[in-house]
Write a protein that binds this ligand. Structure first.
Ligand code: NAP
Length: 309
């Protein structure tokens, strides 16, 4: 593989893709928002053609809870939809591979399910973010023949998510548990937590394998609610914490920021391509906390014991 350009290199997933790429001695050009604006086709053309990439990894996203004003809503489609389209057309013109990251939030309309979503299930988003990511996926698949569209889910990684103030759910739970705060966590949203480091490693494996271009799920194996996830975080970190299960507040008919209730994924296409599945989310979480979140504070805290809720 020749030069790979990584977009969103200082983001949560971007940071791990950069690290793993360096570990493998890849020819990697790491770009941040300061280097390129993907919603601007002139910036895309000018910056990328000078780098002559053989592949582009697009981790860029407009996400977060700010979905209420018309300007915020447009930004989702400008970046997640049109931005992906500009990249797709660039890649088609220059014959390069586009690896475009998407999300489990392309699903969510069904409130309960008995089986995780596969790549064959039709998208059914419930909010602007999810809808804009569906648009981006479709534009990449329509306009760029050489593509991998990769859906990750409920991501956590050492860098933290830029759109969430360089934090993520794991860091948030650990921070509150260390302060002795009681956590109220929803127990009616089911998802498949994904460590970005593991997704980064699997992404390079997928590219290397020469697997058929197309849509791939890449989520931690298994599923849980956010409440179950939080309990596991404090158990592994051995922190005393009171965690109470709650229900997602009912949304009014005009609410834009609707939380999907059921978005667990299974990685069918990866397995069909002959690649190993991702490890179970619990195994990943254990390794992540041991590698990145064991501080003197967590080591010295009183041991975890289940607090009946
Ligand atoms: N985080 C999650 O829980 C989660 C879950 C499922 C799927 N995903 C998907 O995974 C991918 C990576 O997410 P992440 O957690 O790594 O996000 P992140 O930490 O917020 O990183 C996104 C990066 O994109 C950059 N960026 C934003 N707008 C840009 C633009 N218009 N042009 C160029 N760069 C821009 C950001 O830079 P600035 O901050 O400087 O603007 C940031 O470096 C995304 O496709 C996301 O949809 C994430």
């Amino acid at each position: 593989m020749g030069r790979i350009v990584l977009l969103g290199a200082n983001g949560q997933l971007g940071n791990d893709l950069a690290q793993v790429g360096r570990d493998h001695n890849l020819d990697l050009a790491c770009l941040t928002h300061a280097d390129i604006e993907i919603a601007d086709p002139a910036s895309v053309e000018q910056v990328l053609s000078s780098l002559e990439p053989e592949a582009i990894l697009n981790t860029v996203a407009c996400h977060g809870a700010n979905q209420h004003t018309p300007a915020e809503q447009e930004a989702f489609f400008r970046v997640n939809g049109l931005g992906a389209w500009h990249l797709a057309r660039f890649c088609r013109r220059h014959g390069c591979l586009l690896v475009h990251f998407s999300t489990d939030y392309v699903f969510g309309k069904e409130r309960t399910r008995s089986r995780p979503y596969t790549e064959d299930d039709p998208p059914c988003p419930v909010n602007i973010y999810g809808a804009s990511k569906v648009a981006g996926e479709q534009l990449v698949r329509t306009f760029c023949p050489k593509h991998y569209v990769i859906r990750i889910a409920s991501a956590y990684g050492s860098a933290g998510c830029r759109a969430k103030g360089k934090s993520n759910f794991v860091k948030m739970v650990l921070g509150k548990a260390l302060k002795g705060e009681t956590l109220k966590v929803v127990n009616d949203q089911v998802m498949s937590p994904t460590w970005t480091r593991v997704a980064a490693e699997k992404t390079y494996e997928l590219i290397d394998s020469g697997a058929t271009f197309g849509l791939y799920h890449m989520a931690g194996r298994g599923d849980c609610t956010w409440y179950e996830f939080a309990r596991e975080i404090v158990r592994i970190a051995d922190l005393p914490a009171r965690i109470e299960p709650t229900a997602t507040p009912a949304e009014g008919p005009n609410e834009v920021f609707v939380r999907p209730r059921w978005t667990a994924l299974t990685n069918c296409m990866l397995r069909q391509a002959g690649l190993s599945d991702l490890p179970h989310w619990r195994e990943c979480l254990e390794q992540y906390i041991d590698t990145h979140e064991r501080t003197d504070e967590t080591k010295n805290a009183a041991p975890w014991s289940p607090i009946p809720s």
